[in-house]
Ligand binder design. Structure first.
Ligand SMILES: Cc1cc2nc3c(=O)[nH]c(=O)nc-3n(C[C@H](O)[C@H](O)[C@H](O)COP(=O)(O)OP(=O)(O)OC[C@H]3O[C@@H](n4cnc5c(N)ncnc54)[C@H](O)[C@@H]3O)c2cc1C
Length: 471
């Protein structure tokens, strides 16, 4: 079997690695337009600072990325986030940094919610049986926004403070547009199985405690953030090195074509790659351009998946210039506040080796769905805005000793209400294109764990269909 994978981001690399394991005789080629692997997952190492330009790490709540890292031999180089980062996350709310509660008990004492807001949370198990009809997919199932779901289950206050913060931290998107079932399928499932998210979470925690007891382990609260000691770049580079055929860099795929018996992948030069299986894992707009000649309706649906724009501003400071200790993960400023920063991650507090001795590294994020225009600001304007914000939120008045700006014009795909119906449409059209598979973060999850999970599932489907075709 000849498989051509387009894109060497974490999705493309995961498909290739898993397919190589499942079908050892497969000839796998990855075509990548850039000169390096990783896509958005990459690390800059400069002036003694280690700056992630995209994802900061991955959680172990789903262990797909952790497992992959172990399998490629990185177990001894894995790095768990510091205890302070795991404990303290802040929200910039009513002009000050306030600790985000880590559970129900701490919520009870949190100044972030009024007593009415707290009461609404405790009544959650008795509310929320009638979904608001934001939209329905073709099976007639409700596809509801995160905001509507949260209001239905709790209160508008809880939605405005916490749903917005959650969505800002993960999608930098609009909770009134993002689909709950597409973005947080587990919450929708807990509602379906338990009628209440809190009841479902309590039951799941009880089961985890029981399982830990049976294994003789101490039960853990929540999930842990992980990275590799010298940054995620090591993960994608190691994954690339473990492939029998390393990715072919500098090939921007333009189009794919098919004949009766095979596929052809056309690069931006004259070169063409024949294939039995083609897997597209590049961003949606690029995938759409590649399939337009095959099926315009398929291309239109893929192209309609919206992305936000995000800017990452890496700032290094001398420890002595910080007016408060960086004793946590960082803070979020909900998008509804329309501030110039979506928040800041305290990178050298999360992973202590990310700054040289005596210095600290902060990563500010700006833009997002609500403030796309910020991505057009020039560097000077962006740096100035970041400094003004950090002075107001963290009291940092000094100039940074290191600075770096990274712009992502198509940063994170936004699964708006209607995304599930779109996926069904895409699947129906793909049935007419045997041998063509679509992957990447545009469809079923944006976290690294989603990409590595989907990579594994796609590889399994390809391997199964390969066996079926031979029979
Ligand atoms: C700022 C930011 C912060 C994030 N933080 C986190 C986080 O902390 N934790 C987390 O889990 N996730 C995070 N994410 C999300 C996560 O990083 C991404 O969803 C994931 O890395 C996407 O991987 P991918 O392989 O699907 O796509 P990409 O990384 O976009 O890779 C696609 C690849 O396709 C290539 N390509 C494009 N066009 C072509 C073409 N024509 N021909 C050939 N190749 C092409 C690109 O060069 C790229 O290498 C973050 C994302 C961003 C932008």
């Amino acid at each position: 079997m000849r498989a051509v994978i387009v894109g060497a981001g974490i999705s493309g690399l995961s498909v290739a690695f898993r397919l190589q394991q499942l079908v050892p005789q497969a000839q796998i080629t990855i075509l990548e337009s850039d000169s390096r692997p990783g896509g958005t997952a990459w690390t800059l190492r400069e002036d003694g600072f280690t700056l992630e330009i995209g994802p900061n790490g991955f959680l172990d709540s789903k262990a797909f990325t952790l497992q992959l890292a172990k399998e490629v031999g990185l177990e001894s180089r894995l790095q768990a986030a510091s205890e302070a980062a795991s404990k303290n996350r802040f929200l910039f709310h009513r002009n000050k940094l306030q600790v985000l509660p880590s559970g129900l008990a701490s919520l009870l004492f949190s100044p972030l919610l009024s007593w009415r807001g707290k009461l609404s949370l405790f009544l959650e198990r008795f509310r929320g049986k009638n979904p608001l009809p934001d939209g329905r997919d073709s099976d007639g199932e409700i596809d509801e926004s995160i905001d509507a779901f949260t209001r239905r289950h709790t209160s508008s206050e809880f939605a405005e403070v916490f749903a917005d913060a959650l969505v800002t931290g993960i999608f930098a998107g609009d909770p009134k547009r993002l689909s709950l079932r597409s973005c947080f399928p587990r919450l929708a499932e807990l509602e379906r199985t338990h009628g209440s998210v809190l009841k479902g979470l309590a039951q799941a925690a009880k089961e985890r405690r029981q399982q830990a007891k049976e294994r003789g382990e101490r039960p853990r609260r929540g999930s842990q953030l992980w990275s590799v000691r010298d940054g995620l770049r090591t993960l994608v580079e190691t994954l690339s090195e473990q492939l029998r055929n390393p990715p072919v860099f500098g090939v921007g795929v333009r189009r794919i074509e098919k004949t009766e018996s095979e596929w052809f992948v056309l690069g931006d030069g004259a070169k063409t790659w024949p294939a039995d299986v083609v897997v597209l894992t590049c961003p949606a707009h690029r995938q759409a351009a590649m399939v337009g000649d095959l099926d315009q309706s398929l291309a239109d649906e893929i192209a309609a998946i919206p992305y936000n724009r995000v800017v990452v501003v890496g700032l290094g400071y001398r420890q002595q210039d910080l007016s408060r200790p960086l004793d946590g993960f960082g803070y979020i400023a909900s998008q509804s506040t329309r501030r110039d920063l979506l928040g800041a991650q305290w990178c050298s507090s999360i992973f202590p080796n990310r700054a040289p001795p005596g210095a600290a590294l902060i990563r500010a994020l700006a833009g997002g769905w609500q403030r796309p225009e910020i991505a057009d600001w020039d560097d000077e304007e962006l740096l100035q805005a970041a400094r003004v914000e950090l002075r107001q939120t963290m009291g940092i008045a000094a100039a940074p000793i290191y600075q770096r700006i990274i712009r992502w014009p198509r940063a994170i795909p936004q699964y708006h209400v209607g995304h599930l119906a779109r996926l069904q449409h895409i699947e129906r059209h793909l049935e007419k294109q045997p041998g063509l598979y679509l992957g990447g973060n545009a469809y079923r999850g944006v976290a690294l764990n989603d990409c590595t999970e989907q990579g594994m599932l796609l590889a399994r489907r390809i391997a199964d269909e390969c066996v079926r075709r031979k029979q």
